[in-house]
Design a protein around this ligand. Structure first.
Ligand code: 13P
Ligand code: SF4
Length: 352
């Protein structure tokens, strides 16, 4: 639906009043009605890089989810405040690894004698507490656009990796990008003693994958890939690496949201594409490139409900609060956690 013209005008007016004092970042999964007001759009890596790009802006308005706003707070100066227009915009994947569960896992690795040779790596989609743990133990953060480089770095530091919290990104990168076998991977279930694994399984693993996943991407199936190919033998299947391993294996191209956009920008007119990622982005790309046949990989998969919580009314509210001299919904990470988390983020940002 087109955005309410009154709200569009209010957002525009408030943004103009705030001028360079507000910097609006928008993740590619945000609604069109929100994305139109973003100063920078990007995947989670680009947004982490860009967070500190405007040191003069007092307010960073983050249109994305909670873990992204936390990362922006960690990476920006103390004089800057990060605002999340709706505090309920979380991420179900990030919630699948709590600090106490991860500390327990680390104790298990210590008990079986492998913590010393294990480097923890966390996907950006995790809480600041998890990034802090990883930084404290000498590991790093990765995103879907640099997971392979991050893992190669980790294997220069140690023999094994504990990969948090997305099993799929970890497995897909190890097997598809780096040539390891599925047998090199074990799955640690935080709800079971010792992760549901024997000591022997933990000791033999090359990578210990956390049992977390994205509730949106986890719903694309091998059957929907096969159905797409049956309907259109010419179709190119392009998916995000948060999809299940069998889906990624059956796809033609795999990459982050930024990669997906670049791939479609470069695609031949008339070519046909089925995309396995969040629906707001796929819709936007289909509208942007009417000369290419762009479809959604599985019609039964829906929007990321938490990304969608940031809508135009929330954006207008946050901007108008700032105009009124109030600072709503600030996201602040405590100094100790932020210090360790920043080490983990900096190791990613400076990867060769
Ligand atoms: P990227 O922005 O790294 O492609 O990640 C997608 C995602 O799920 C963010 O929540
Ligand atoms: Fe989290 Fe998945 Fe939504 Fe990304 S798409 S914010 S990983 S639930």
């Amino acid at each position: 639906a087109p955005s309410d013209p009154d709200l569009v005008e209010r957002a525009r007016a408030a943004k103009e009043t705030l001028g360079g004092n507000v910097f609006i970042l928008g993740h590619h999964y945000q609604r069109d009605e929100v994305i139109q007001f973003a100063d920078v759009t990007g995947d989670s890596f680009k947004l982490a890089q860009q967070a500190a790009a405007r040191p003069d802006a007092e307010y960073i308005l983050f249109c994305g989810v909670h873990f992204m706003a936390e990362s922006a707070d960690i990476l920006t100066g103390d004089h800057q405040q990060v605002i999340l227009p709706d505090l309920a915009a979380g991420c179900s994947m990030a919630d699948m690894a709590t600090a106490s569960q991860v500390e327990q896992c680390w104790e298990d690795l210590k008990r079986v004698g492998i913590a010393d040779v294990t480097v923890p790596v966390t996907y950006m989609n995790s809480t600041a507490a998890i990034k802090g743990f990883v930084g404290r133990e000498g590991g790093l953060v990765c995103t879907s656009s640099n997971a392979e480089r991050a893992l190669r770095w980790a294997y220069e530091q140690g023999e094994k990796v504990l990969f948090l919290p997305d099993q799929h990104l970890g497995r897909n990168t190890m097997v598809r990008e780096m040539g390891y076998s599925l047998d090199d991977c074990v799955l640690y279930n935080p709800h079971k003693p010792n992760g549901g694994l024997t000591d022997e399984e933990l000791r033999n693993a090359k990578i210990i994958l956390w049992k977390g996943h994205c509730s949106v991407h986890g719903r694309f199936t091998l059957e929907c890939v096969e159905e797409m190919r049956r309907l259109d033998p010419e179709v190119n299947i392009l998916v995000h690496p948060e999809c299940k391993h069998e889906v990624v294996e059956a796809a033609d191209y795999v990459g982050s949201t930024e990669y997906i956009i670049k791939q479609l920008e470069a695609a031949e007119p008339g070519s046909s594409w089925a995309i396995g990622t969040e629906l707001n982005l796929v819709r936007r790309l289909a509208n942007q490139f009417p000369d290419k046949k762009i479809s959604f990989l599985d019609k039964t998969v829906c929007y990321c409900s938490t990304m969608n919580r940031i809508d135009l009314p929330h954006l207008v509210w946050a901007l108008e609060e700032l105009v009124a001299g109030r600072v709503p919904n600030t996201i602040t990470v405590d100094a100790e956690t932020a210090g360790y988390a920043r080490e983990a983020l900096d190791r990613m940002l400076t990867l060769p």
